[in-house]
Design a protein around this ligand. Structure first.
Ligand code: BGC
Length: 360
């Protein structure tokens, strides 16, 4: 069966034939892939030419965003049945039931990213504790559960911090939100915030009449091109934001958006480059503002089960309340065999490209 892989020393992905999995053993679930999402992490793994291959393997099978259907369950599995839709969790802790998303590097594996094969083959085995059941009504958007969960985590962490430290001032933190970027994580951020009823502004590089800027409007969010974002009249407390979701991973964008953070605000960093390029930037304004305005800068990676549950609930809300906007998140559907170009390039106005395995 087909798999899309990354090999040491190569920046191009390859299609290879890999053996079908054995029937599921004790406490195992056999899953059939319905869809796989392509993301910036896949492209960075390839660009690095140093995939973290599983022990004993010559390559890493890619694919960490997956929607699958349970095909068969092994003895002892009573939480899933054949036919269930599932979204697998990416990160795996060394012992069950710890919050893997908070572990330090070296203490976990990640399917399709760190030392465990991913989900691009049409069949794969997993254990029930790594799978989340998906309501069949979410079939059209559930492939977005993983990227949305990554944003849900950052938001949930920010809410925990703000609720604790601002308890005296507000019972219910309702931030004015700035999202920077126009990729899949930025759109996941818009979705997660709009489903919470928060007012959202998006800063991006696209002109106002571009397809993606128009898609921002479908969420009833405001779009402001980055070139227009600072005016002389800008007053950070009156016009600024309480939560910045930084989704570009670009240090310049981060520094300039930090200047929009009102007092007691949180900046969550969701994007970063795996291959950081050094640059010289003046961070003294960022530091001064952080001190004088009690800012929190919050790094966030991966997601807990709590966040995947929120992602699935919000995807359900989104298809009811903003069906056109939710539909517009998946911009490209590909036959897996025709997908390799997308593992190295982004389409100019694309948001999420997915592999479609042609199953109902
Ligand atoms: C994935 C996360 C993962 C991170 C780091 C992201 O693309 O969405 O689940 O933890 O990469 O490897």
């Amino acid at each position: 069966m087909l798999a899309i892989i990354a090999r040491t020393g190569e920046s191009c992905p390859a299609l290879v034939d890999v053996p079908e999995p054995e029937p599921p053993g004790e406490d195992e679930v056999l899953c059939r892939t319905l869809e796989v999402g392509i993301c910036g992490t896949d492209r960075e793994i390839l660009e690095s030419t140093k995939p973290r291959v599983p022990a004993g393997s010559q390559f890493l099978i890619l694919g960490h965003e997956s929607l699958a259907r349970v095909e068969q369950v092994g003895p002892g599995v009573d939480s899933f049945c054949p036919g269930d839709l599932v979204s697998p969790m990416v990160r795996r802790p060394p012992t069950p039931h710890v919050r893997a998303d908070m572990l330090a590097f070296g203490n976990f594996t990640e399917r399709g990213i760190v030392e465990e094969h991913g989900f691009t083959p049409p069949f794969w085995l997993d254990r029930p504790e790594h799978l989340c059941k998906v309501d069949p009504r979410l079939r059209s958007v559930a492939i977005l559960a993983e990227p949305v969960s990554v944003v849900e985590k950052a938001i949930n962490e920010a809410v925990i911090i703000q609720t604790a430290r601002l308890a005296e001032f507000c019972d219910d933190w309702t931030p004015r939100v700035l999202v920077t970027g126009m990729g899949p994580i930025a759109f996941a951020a818009i979705l997660a915030c709009r489903c919470r009823g928060w007012v959202v502004t998006v800063h991006g590089r696209d002109p106002r009449d571009s397809k993606r800027a128009t898609t921002v409007g479908l969420w009833n969010a405001d779009y402001v091109p980055m070139t227009e974002d600072v005016t002389d009249q800008f007053d950070v407390e009156r016009d600024g934001f309480d939560l910045v979701l930084e989704c570009t991973g670009n240090d310049r964008v981060m520094l300039s958006s930090a200047r929009h953070l009102a007092s007691c605000g949180v900046m969550a960093w969701l994007g970063s480059s795996r291959l950081p390029r050094s640059g010289e930037h003046d961070v003294s304004t960022l530091m001064r503002d952080a001190v004088l305005r009690n800012h929190v800068h919050l790094g966030s990676v991966n997601a807990a089960r709590r966040d995947i549950i929120d992602a699935l609930a919000h995807l359900g809300d989104a298809i009811e309340r903003w069906p056109q906007a939710a539909d517009a998140m998946i911009t490209t559907r590909l036959d897996p065999k025709e997908s390799l170009w997308h593992y190295q390039h982004r389409e100019p106005q694309g948001i999420k490209a997915i592999l479609d395995y042609g199953c109902e």
